[in-house]
Design a protein around this ligand. Sequence first.
Ligand code: SAH
Length: 258
Amino acid sequence: MTQVQGTCTLVGAGPGDPELLTLKALKALQAATVLLVDDLVSDEIVAMASPAARVVYVGKRGGCKSTPQAFIEKLMLTEVRRGEQVVRLKGGDPFIFGRGGEEVEGLRAAGVEPVVVNGITSGLAAMGSLNVPLTHREHAHGVVFVTGHAKPGDSGTDWPALAATAHTAKLTLVIYMGVSGAAHIQAQLLTGLPASTPVAVVQNASLPQQRHLATTLGQLAQDMATHAMASPAVMVVGQVTASLALAWAHPDAIGRAA
Ligand code: SAH
């Protein structure tokens, strides 16, 4: 008897608000028989899966250390080979700091080609929720999604080079995983960008508890500490965020007037 192989779909769950899921993501969720769920995926979204689906949390929930990547990939393969419809549910988009690339490579090497369903990445959702564009014909010719937290042993982002380029090429920087390294990132970016550069920090984008801070590069770490900005948050550096400093009427605005 030939064994029926299952399927594997890497699904972006978006930034948290279930209404920001794509229809494709919803369909995949409803068809899943096994769900491997990352941190930062809201319970409301997991609840949209079939009640019969087996749900495995592989993030840091419950104070446990997150499941090693190799174990997750092995688990996906085992379930696919057992004929399951496996959905790997990740916050935001699987291909923006979601290790989706590594998972595609691992699965492909084992002979399984996954399907990828995009999600709205948190940096995009954060700015969208505040009516701030990431590009603008006058203020930003492009946007860079960059991590504030490199893999252990990696020399990490070359912040001075990035700052100089962002300044001359008019780029918006969207920094993920940058909260704990904010002071270091600030000091490094100040080598190439003026202290007056506007910065927005958005915590829990798209969720009811969303809050944001409008500040400047010169005041970034100090203001983040004063207002207890915590993870998950994105920091968006560039002129596009300047309008936020004026928008004090916004209900979730905190921080200082420019
Ligand atoms: N794949 C995800 C990113 C995973 S890395 C995406 O596309 O959004 C985890 C980082 O994403 C966090 O440290 C934080 O910087 C950011 N993040 C995820 N969800 C967020 C949210 N709701 N609001 C603000 N930042 C968020």
